[in-house]
Design a protein around this ligand. Structure first.
Ligand code: TRP
Ligand code: MN
Length: 454
């Protein structure tokens, strides 16, 4: 921790460790605790990945989302892996998010806040601590920042050195993201080039048509003497689930300008459905950091729980501070969401409401693949917009698991991926992701919903 220039308010530093005495879920059992101590101490001295000023800027952007003046697009892997942090994969994912953002910006005439589930999405909550295969029981895979996916005792052992490797992998990923989004690649005049290299299909064609319109508009504005500075770059924010406390705590530092604690591992972190116990460690810890934060809400969430989460996580009612990410399931969202929206509407709280149409819609096929139907994903997003229309609140964004590669992990879409096709390119170690085409299709659908509101 660097020497603070301003003084830190009494109790702040102690408070950052209060979670240690509270009930905690979903943490690994590290075999070598001495090594863990060395690793967390090393991590606490490594440079921050993001800066307080950027984090505050995101809070400001999210405040605009909360008040219905912008829309959040949050997307990326279910679980990033160390091996897949390659230039090609990162570029394809950034391209996909940029393409979706273009479709949304154009279709809705609304600013889009762009955020990756990237550069730190390495830790996974699991439904069971162990996994059994053919009579052999080993610790469950908890993400590359904890242990390996291979089903051997050595690989499945929680290894503290992986935490430092997670930091460095996040750093190089974020470095490339910053280069892509600031260095000319994301220039709106490159709108056609982001579509190159992807197989031809109806969604791509539709994108090409839209890109031509944008091109023509830009050329017209150029001829009219407009200044294009804002077209050259995008603000792109990094986010992940704030789960592994031995990563999140050492990455949390006191800002020398304000004396406030910031989690410097990402601009935005969210608390998962499995770790959002009101009296638990995660809620306590994340209530104390200054980043904008999210909470996942599943179908069992009650209006009372929503109000209590607001009181604990956003007691000062800071615009943009708190985002609720709902993951209800296509079949229940139209019933489950409106009471939660009603509970907050008309109060002094103004959270951002985001739809995660992925996690409530998982199925397993008879041939053993964990998948989701694209139609269910679309249905949940549609239900999300309907629920907000009924209550009179603003549908602030979507949170999706996607990849820029042409994988076959979700069923359906215009390429009509069926159960037999899943086997051809199923690469995810965790949840099934929308591929490039399905992501574009979803963006077109959301743009149409937003155009009605804007
Ligand atoms: N800077 C603007 C924005 O972020 C315009 C822009 C530039 C843009 N490149 C983009 C929008 C790529 C979407 C995608 O909105
Ligand atoms: Mn997932």
């Amino acid at each position: 921790m660097t020497e603070p220039i301003v003084s830190v308010a009494p109790g702040v530093l102690e408070g950052l460790d209060a979670w240690r005495d509270l009930p905690i879920n979903q943490q690994p059992t590290w075999g070598n605790t001495e090594q863990l101590a060395r690793v967390t101490s090393e991590l606490s001295k490594l440079p921050p990945l993001v800066f307080a000023g950027e984090v505050d800027q995101l809070t400001d952007r999210l405040a605009r989302v909360a008040s219905g003046k912008a829309f959040l697009l949050q997307g990326g892997d279910c679980a990033e892996t160390f091996d897949s942090a390659t230039a090609d994969k990162i570029r394809n994912r950034v391209k996909t998010i940029l393409q979706m953002a273009v479709v949304l910006t154009y279709g809705a005439s609304m600013p889009i806040v762009k955020m990756g589930r990237m550069a730190g999405q390495f830790a996974k909550p699991r439904s069971s601590d162990t996994e059994t295969r053919d009579g052999v029981t080993l610790p469950a895979y908890r993400g590359d920042i904890v242990n390996g996916y291979d089903f051997t005792p050595e690989s499945r052992e929680a290894d503290p050195n992986r935490i430092v490797r997670g930091y460095h992998t996040a750093a190089s990923t974020l470095n490339l993201i910053r280069a892509f989004t600031q260095g000319g690649f994301a220039d709106l005049r490159e709108v056609h080039s982001w579509n190159k290299g992807f197989a031809e299909n109806p969604a791509n064609k539709r994108y090409e048509t839209l890109a031509k319109d944008i091109d023509r508009a830009i050329k017209f504005m150029a001829a009219a003497g407009a200044d294009f500075d804002s077209l050259k770059r995008v603000e792109f924010y990094a986010s992940h689930e704030g789960l592994l406390m031995d990563y999140e705590r050492p990455m949390t530092r006191i800002d020398s300008r304000t004396g406030n604690p910031y989690n410097t591992s990402a601009h935005f972190v969210w608390i998962g459905e499995r770790t959002r116990d009101l009296d638990g460690a995660h809620i306590d810890f994340f209530s104390r950091i200054s980043n904008p934060i999210g909470v996942k809400l599943g179908p069992s969430t009650t209006p009372d729980m929503v109000r209590r989460l607001i009181d604990i996580l956003d007691p000062n009612r800071i615009p943009g501070r708190l985002t609720f990410i709902t993951r209800m399931g296509a079949g229940v969202i139209r019933d489950a969401l409106p009471p939660l929206l009603e509970a907050v509407k008309g109060t002094d709280a103004l959270p951002v409401w985001v739809s995660d149409p992925m996690h409530g819609n998982g199925i397993t096929t008879p041939n053993g693949y964990k998948t989701r139907r694209f139609d269910d994903v679309v249905d949940e997003v549609t239900g999300f917009f309907e629920a907000h229309r009924v209550v009179g609140t603003f549908p602030g964004g979507i949170h999706v698991e996607l990849t820029g590669d042409d994988v076959t992990e979700c069923l359906g879409g215009s390429e009509m991926i069926d159960e037999a096709t899943l086997a051809s390119r199923y690469e995810s170690l965790c949840d099934p992701r929308l591929n490039h085409t399905q992501s574009l299709e979803l963006a077109f659908l959301v743009a149409e919903e937003l155009a009605v509101i804007a």
